[in-house]
Structures are given as structure tokens and as C-alpha cells.
Design a protein around this ligand. Structure first.
Ligand code: SF4
Length: 316
């Protein structure tokens, strides 16, 4: 039975957000450096209002906010991110894991703290809540150091429903998010999950995005499923076939207890191969336009030095 995506986001919000007068707390389960965008400090939050069948978050309990993590104030999250930025000498940050737009007041207060710290911030979102309420995009427009990546789940209503289990109309909320962000003047680009889509559907979506804004069209990022073993299992259970995907490549990481650890980094798999799952026999979708997901985000300015401009105070 399909669920209504906005309603589900609100339901999850009740689990992962604790309202407080001085700043709402949100549940986070990890802070780390990641290699995307040429290096980015990442805070992983719990809770998402979609249930994508290819989601790389291993545990459903994390996406439902039931298990793991700790409730943190917006300032605490910002300070942990800034501390890691200083340590790793990286000035880009993001919130990943679950859905960062859940807990709007928490997110806005978090961004307020980053305003004076000479950083760039990438908001990776499924766009449902921004598409549902135009004023969310207007709030985000107050932060010129912010860049928003809206991750579209497939190319059509039906694909959206198949990939997420949600009401197909949710697909239009994702497109609305792009419209609302553009209208509000927020730096943004669409990424599109293309692993499961046929050429015709892809062309149709690209043309819709072009009508929203030719610049957004020129900045479409190709997203492809990452074939971690547990993701392949999820796909098998859901009976989903894919055209293409990334397989995680093992690399040596830091030394721990005298041993080198292994880091998993995704790299592209040959199209149409059948790595452990149900790949389509042959991928005939030649020359699909779109940027590499590891692009360095250059749009969105760096937030200014302290007191360099009039900004909202942390106490607001
Ligand atoms: S929107 Fe993102 S975090 Fe949420 S289920 Fe889908 S892939 Fe996972």
C-alpha cells in the first residue's frame, strides 16, 4: 500500500526531532570525512520520509529513527562539523544519511551558526518538503553559502512509486522543489537516479527540467545505484532490475590497531553486467547526458568572516 510522502516525513519528524525552546534537537548517528565533491565533512542524520529500495543506508531502523544515534542541538552539530573541517582542512560540509530537511527549525538554526565561518554547505535532499511548501525554499535563500542537491527518484511518476513505495504524486513534489528553489534564487542542481530508467523516460524528464530552467538542465547529475552487497539484497527482495550501477572498490584506509583498514569507494560498473543482482542484459541507453557525481560544487559562495556582513544572530 503506497504511503503519502509528506505525511510520512511528518511522522518521522516526531521520532527524530525533540522540540526545545533554545533549539530543536535532532538525531545524528555519525560524523565523518567523505570523498564526494572533492572532499566533504559529513554529518549523518537519522530519519527519512521515503523508503527507497536502493537506499545505501544499511539499517531501516536508522531511516525510521528508531535505533542508534544521539539527539543534538543545532550548535552541537555545527561545532562538530566545523571541528572536523579544521582538522581535515576542508571547507565544505553536508548533512547526509537520512533527510536533512526534516526538522526545519533545527536546520535553519544549524545554518545560522555556519553563516560566519567561511564554509560552503551542500544540502542533499529528496525535495519533498521543499516542494510542498514554497516558504521553505525562501528560508534557504537567506544563506548564500548554501547549495542544494535535489535527488530525483527516477524519471516518471510510476518509477518514483516503484523505487520509493510512495504515492506517485510525490514525484511532482520533487520537481516542485526545483521550481521553488529556482524562484527563491537558491543555488541548486538536480541529480537523477538513472539506474532503473529507460531512454524514453530519461529524455522526457530532461525536457521537463529544461522547461523549469535550462541552467538546471545543463547541471543534471547522473546518479546510479551503489551495489553494496546489502543494497543488492534489497534490490533482489524488491524485484528491481537495474541497467547500471557502481560497485564499491576496496581501498586501504588508516592504520587501526596496527592493521590497515579497508575503505569502500564506489566506482562505475560496466553497463549491463550482472554483478550479483538483476542487471538488465544489455544497456542500450547510449550517451546519457549528465555530470559525474563527484563534481566539485563551485556554486554557492563561502560564508563570510565573522561580522563581515549583517547576519541573523545565533540567538534568533
Ligand atoms: S530519500 Fe535518500 S535517505 Fe531517504 S530512503 Fe531515499 S535514498 Fe534513502
Amino acid at each position: 500500500m503506497a504511503y503519502e510522502p509528506v505525511e510520512r516525513h511528518r511522522k518521522i519528524e516526531k521520532v527524530v526531532i525533540q522540540e526545545r525552546v533554545g533549539g530543536d534537537l535532532k538525531k545524528y548517528y555519525r560524523f565523518r570525512r567523505d570523498h564526494w565533491y572533492g572532499g566533504v565533512i559529513t554529518a549523518d542524520c537519522a530519519g527519512c520520509g521515503l523508503t527507497c529500495k536502493y537506499c545505501w543506508v544499511r539499517k531501516e531502523s536508522i531511516l525510521e529513527g528508531r535505533e542508534g544515534g544521539e539527539f543534538l542541538k543545532p550548535e552541537e552539530v555545527a561545532h562538530r562539523v566545523l571541528e572536523l573541517m579544521r582538522e581535515k582542512k576542508i571547507n565544505q560540509g553536508r548533512i547526509s544519511g537520512g533527510e536533512p530537511t526534516i526538522g526545519r527549525r533545527h536546520l535553519i538554526q544549524f545554518l545560522n551558526v555556519l553563516q560566519r565561518r567561511r564554509v560552503r554547505f551542500i544540502l542533499e535532499t529528496n525535495g519533498i518538503l521543499i516542494g510542498e511548501d514554497e516558504s521553505y525554499a525562501q528560508d534557504l535563500a537567506l544563506y548564500p553559502f548554501l547549495h542544494v542537491r535535489v535527488s530525483l527518484k527516477g524519471c516518471t511518476e510510476n518509477e518514483f512509486a516503484r523505487l520509493t513505495g510512495a504515492d506517485p504524486r510525490g514525484f511532482h513534489l520533487q520537481l516542485n522543489a526545483l521550481r521553488n528553489l529556482k524562484k527563491a534564487g537558491v543555488s541548486a542542481h538536480p541529480s537523477v537516479m538513472l539506474s532503473f530508467s529507460g531512454r524514453e523516460e530519461i529524455d522526457r524528464l530532461y525536457s521537463t527540467i529544461w522547461k523549469i530552467d535550462p541552467i538546471l538542465h545543463s547541471e543534471i547529475e547522473k546518479e546510479e545505484v551503489i551495489l553494496y552487497p546489502y543494497v543488492v539484497e534489497k534490490l533482489k527482495r524488491a524485484g528491481l532490475e537495474y541497467y547500471s550501477g557502481h560497485i564499491p572498490e576496496k581501498k586501504e584506509g588508516k592504520r587501526q590497531n596496527g592493521k590497515k583498514t579497508e575503505l569502500e569507494r564506489p566506482r562505475i560498473e560496466e553497463r549491463g553486467s550482472s554483478h550479483g543482482g538483476k542487471a538488465k542484459e544489455k544497456d542500450e541507453r547510449t550517451s546519457i547526458q549528465g555530470k559525474d557525481p563527484k563534481i566539485r560544487i563551485k556554486r554557492g559562495t563561502i560564508s563570510p568572516k565573522p561580522d563581515a556582513q549583517k547576519v541573523l544572530s545565533d540567538e534568533e
